[in-house]
Design a protein around this ligand. Structure first.
Ligand code: MTE
Ligand code: MO
Length: 592
């Protein structure tokens, strides 16, 4: 029993130390990271090369993970031993804790980048743990002492009611009856005169040592403690376990929150400090007249901050470039594993590409255009060597999302890329930092895997991607579409006044050839098109309408024709399973 209590105490103490240390580290933005990592660095630096090589050989690139988990396992054993010691004598536990803190401080300070302040998280974490251990070991010791003493008391002092008959108050009584009390006939014990430790967690002050269980002077004489009933024995055990579990739970929550904050900060720092080489293949120059600059019309380039975001992530994956890897495997001749440096040292290409979500309803907002910089997907796949028969690239993100891209669209020469920058800056975290796929001409769920870490060359027959498993089409080329941005629905227009009807149209990798506009029951009229750098982007259009019509409500529609000669269909389809279709429309009121 005392070993189990000791283990609980030790693990809870370790968690308190870790949580407080991590919170302090996040607060002072220490670069050293959590104590476990610091100790890990330390042991890597002090490992003989032969052992290091053995670890790398045996565990490959997982060697660090194995190391960190190994250290955690050792720490847990250490924590349990300290907890058991602390239950026997607080001093033993505190000395163990001090050793633990000393190693942590040494580890934090012995890194090449350490600053003096990096010892602070471990020190404050250690202090909090000592405080916790002092209080909790007192309660734990009391609980154990009662138990140890109870039989002796039972043997000498007969009771009217045997203690076992008293039901433990596991649930608060639903009636108005008073809570079960210890048997009335029990002879008063000296303890009852003392204030009971009904809330041992209140008042974290030295005055507590009046309770001889955790005090400094009375410890080590458990035999002198009065024995209590089985009821109280149970109560104090429950109190100890609940409080330990509470502290452990709260610590885990604090630890998780602080880790998230620290990682978020580390990723933002990495993001801002990234420098990319110049593109080997620069984006085509923007031609004159690429942006019509009409109020209310979507700008040709969507700023990163207003680019639509669609993903399944509840918490955005935080991936540091230094730990990022991309593995290309499956039906290939040579498996590839690339680091982020490997990726950006390849010849980079740059292109304007319009991304669109399959869930975008006609006229909807889930479409945007950006300038992307990245490594050619085709050249990577050529290096890996695709084996005959493969038709799908199953791409997996750091958070487990998968998308299934047709091999053919990666290889046919279009600008399919592992993008690392968006509109001249590193990818925003929400858009896939540090690397994502971008392929012109396919809806995002089959082409634009964010936070990508794995590409398995496979077949559609063998593997089904995330949204394909949920009823969406396995293959999803973008449908030629258009959108009316102005005038907005319900706008009023003065009869005889010229009004710009304007929007965007897209048929990525085919190109937009024409857009026509129809007002009410009038004829289809050609719109004027903005110029575009290439076929992979949307294209702005405008039709200057004179509004020489009778006052009343008018429905305005648009339709686009792509460079293959196909005119978007008037057939209205919902987004599921492979993209919405139909003419976009708006309604205006013409006033006299
Ligand atoms: N990891 C991951 N990548 C993803 C998704 C996702 O849920 N998880 N959603 C896809 C979908 S449905 C779309 S439309 C695009 C959207 O990219 P954006 O958020 O950068 O606009 O990302 C794609 N890539
Ligand atoms: Mo999407």
């Amino acid at each position: 029993m005392s070993a189990a209590f000791g283990a609980v105490l030790g693990v809870a103490t370790a968690l308190v130390a870790l949580a407080v240390a991590q919170a302090v580290a996040a607060f002072i933005s220490s670069q050293v990271g959590e104590p476990v990592d610091a100790v890990g660095e330390l042991s890597i630096n002090h490992t003989p090369p032969s052992l290091k090589n053995f670890a790398i050989r045996e565990f490959g690139s997982n060697d660090k993970t194995v190391l960190v988990w190994g250290i955690r396992a050792v720490l847990i054993v250490f924590a349990i031993v300290i907890g058991i010691l602390a239950l026997r004598k607080l001093w033993y536990g505190l000395i163990g804790l001090a050793v633990f803190i000393a190693i942590g401080v040494y580890a934090a300070e012995s890194q090449p980048t350490s600053r003096g302040i990096d010892a602070l998280p471990t020190l404050i974490g250690g202090l909090a743990a000592a405080l916790f251990m002092w209080r909790a070991s007192g309660v734990g010791r009391r609980a154990l002492t009662y138990r140890a003493g109870a039989p002796a008391r039972l043997a000498t002092a007969p009771r009217a009611t045997p203690p076992r008959a008293v039901p433990p108050p596991t649930v608060p009584p639903k009636t108005d009856a008073p809570a079960p009390e210890p048997p009335a006939s029990r002879p008063p014990s000296p303890t009852e005169a003392e204030p009971q430790d009904s809330d041992p967690w209140q008042g974290w002050l030295p005055s507590y040592d009046r309770d001889s269980g955790s005090g400094w002077r009375d410890r080590g004489r458990p035999a002198a403690r009065p024995a209590l009933s089985g009821y109280e024995d149970q109560q104090s055990r429950r109190r100890f376990l609940l409080a330990s579990a509470g502290a452990a739970g709260a610590s885990l929550a604090v630890y998780a929150g602080a880790t998230w904050l620290a990682e978020n900060r580390a990723v933002s720092v990495a993001q801002k400090s990234l420098k990319f080489p110049r593109a080997a293949t620069a984006a085509p120059p923007l031609p004159a007249g690429y942006d019509l600059k009409i109020p209310g019309l979507s700008p040709f380039i969507t700023p990163n901050g207003s680019f639509y975001r669609v993903d399944t992530a509840i918490v955005l994956p935080e991936v540091l470039p230094a730990s990022w890897h991309l593995r290309i495997h499956g039906m290939v001749q040579r498996e590839l594993v690339l680091s982020f440096d490997d990726l950006i040292r390849r010849p980079l290409l740059e292109d304007y590409i319009t991304l669109c979500c399959v869930s975008n309803p006609v006229g909807g907002p889930y479409v945007g255009n950006a300038k992307w910089l990245g490594a050619s997907l085709r050249s990577l796949l050529q290096q890996a060597g695709i084996r005959a028969g493969a038709d799908q690239l199953l791409c997996t993100s750091a958070d487990g999302f998968t998308s299934g891209t047709p091999v053919q669209t990666a290889m046919d020469g279009r600008d399919a890329m592992l993008a690392v920058a968006m509109n001249g800056t590193a990818l925003p975290i929400a858009h896939g930092f540090p690397a994502r796929l971008v392929i012109p001409g396919l809806y995002g769920y089959v082409s634009a895997c964010k936070w990508i870490t794995d590409i398995e060359v496979t077949t559609y027959a063998a593997n089904t991607s995330y949204w394909a498993q949920r009823g969406w089409s396995a293959q999803a080329p973008i449908k030629t579409e258009s959108r009316i941005d102005v005038p907005g629905f319900g706008a009023s227009v003065k009869a005889g006044h010229q009004t710009a009807i304007a929007g965007v149209a897209w048929a990525q990798h085919k190109g937009i050839d024409a857009v026509e506009v129809k007002v009410g029951s009038g004829p289809w009229q050609p719109a004027q098109l903005a110029s575009v750098p290439d076929l992979d982007t949307w294209r702005q259009w405008v039709y200057q309408w004179d509004a020489n019509v009778e006052p009343g409500n008018y429905v305005i529609q648009a339709r686009a024709t792509d460079k293959t000669g196909y005119t978007q269909t008037s057939l209205q389809e919902p987004p599921e399973p492979n993209g919405a279709s139909g003419y976009p429309s708006t309604t205006v009121t013409v006033t006299s």
